[in-house]
Design a binder for this molecule. Structure first.
Ligand code: UFG
Length: 330
């Protein structure tokens, strides 16, 4: 099949492109390179630099490339930034999705898989979290992703389009080839920040709060390898190609680790003492987020391969130690 990947130069997008091409599919990438990297674009993919909000550009791409389905990653995804600049998130995420849907409807493309997030749930009612649980985001980022889900839902009813929304928990790790990995600027995610300590890029890791109601007082998260996320996207496109109905799936390992446990794993993997300091809580951080991914397993037949946290941190370390400046020339 031929798939249009919007945001295919970003972290999860580039890993999904690698997986698609490894599985023999044709890929067209659209990315504005605002947060994505040209170096992360797979050499066998067709690449267009452009913005998802640019209607005439998108129409041209759909006319030139007859694609079977779309995978949509092109969005802003920083929780903190979304609270300071909410309209940036409404513009790129919500308005971007609107323009994309208009172009899909106009060009008769009727299948889309897109990135959603655990942030759509807000403070969970129970653990593990099911797709049917209450969605009450505590930040603008999660709110815009929920708005996108609703836009897909109502548009699908009116225009016979089908969608799969994938709610990721904590994406981490890097491609086995060592060619691509996580490279955000600024970096805000726990695992890459911890690994900056053994790389000599920061003196210590700050632990945001140690009096949460968890086993050691630090936040619990469900860490899922980016290649496992990538394989779920392929399963989701195949599911839509089989004519199945629109749906929403959580993607996580179903196991939670505290911040302190992740730091301990990183100490073991890197052999570095990794100094840690307790710092104030970060606003809006739920104490515990763990996915139930039963639905993705049973309906999509998805099976994560990186099920232990050590192999996940090892794969991240393999990328970061060889690319201390991400995709910039070292
Ligand atoms: N943390 C620290 N110190 C740091 C960075 C993070 O203690 O320097 C803690 C956070 O407080 C949190 C955990 O490590 O408890 C993980 O933090 P990340 O920033 O790596 O990830 P989040 O869980 O905050 O965010 C992830 C995704 C978001 C998504 C969110 C859903 O990255 O896109 O889950 O809640 F919105």
């Amino acid at each position: 099949m031929k798939v249009l990947v919007l945001g295919g130069a970003g972290y999860i997008g580039s890993h999904t492109v690698y997986e698609l091409i490894d599985n023999g599919h044709k890929v067209v990438i659209v990315d504005n390179l605002e947060t994505g990297h040209l170096e992360a674009v797979h050499p066998k993919a067709v690449f267009y630099k452009g913005d998802v909000r640019d209607r005439s550009f998108l129409n041209q791409v759909f006319q030139d490339e007859k694609v079977d389905a779309v995978i949509h990653f092109a969005a802003n995804s920083l929780v903190g930034e979304s609270m300071i600049n909410p309209l940036k998130y409404y513009d790129n995420n919500v308005c971007g999705a609107k323009v994309l849907l208009e172009a899909m409807v106009a060009n008769g493309v009727d299948k889309i898989v897109f990135s959603s997030t655990a942030a759509t749930y807000g403070e969970p009612e129970r653990i593990p979290i099911l797709e049917t649980d209450k969605t009450e985001p505590t930040n603008t980022y999660g709110e815009t992703k929920l708005a996108m889900e609703k836009m897909f839902k109502w548009t699908s009813k009116a225009h016979h389009l089908r969608y799969v929304s994938l709610r990721y928990f904590n994406a981490c790790g890097a491609h086995v080839s060592g060619q691509i990995g996580e490279a955000h600027s600024p970096e805000t995610h726990l695992i890459p920040l911890i690994l900056q300590v053994p790389m000599g890029k920061r003196s210590h890791i700050s632990i945001f709060g140690d009096d949460y109601d968890t086993k050691d007082g630090t936040c619990v998260r469900d860490y899922i390898h980016v290649t496992d996320l990538a394989s779920a996207h392929i399963k989701a496109v195949e599911y839509l190609m089989d004519g199945k109905e629109s749906s929403i799936f959580n993607l996580g390992n179903g196991v939670g680790f505290t911040v302190k446990e992740v730091i301990d794993v990183a100490r073991k993997v890197t052999g570095d003492e990794i100094r840690a300091e307790i710092a104030p809580k970060r606003a809006g951080d739920p104490a515990k987020l763990i996915a139930s991914s039963e639905k993705a397993r049973t309906v999509l037949g998805w099976e994560p391969k990186y099920t232990d946290i050590e192999s996940i941190v090892e794969s991240a370390w393999n990328w970061h130690k060889n690319h201390p400046n991400g995709f910039e020339r070292n």
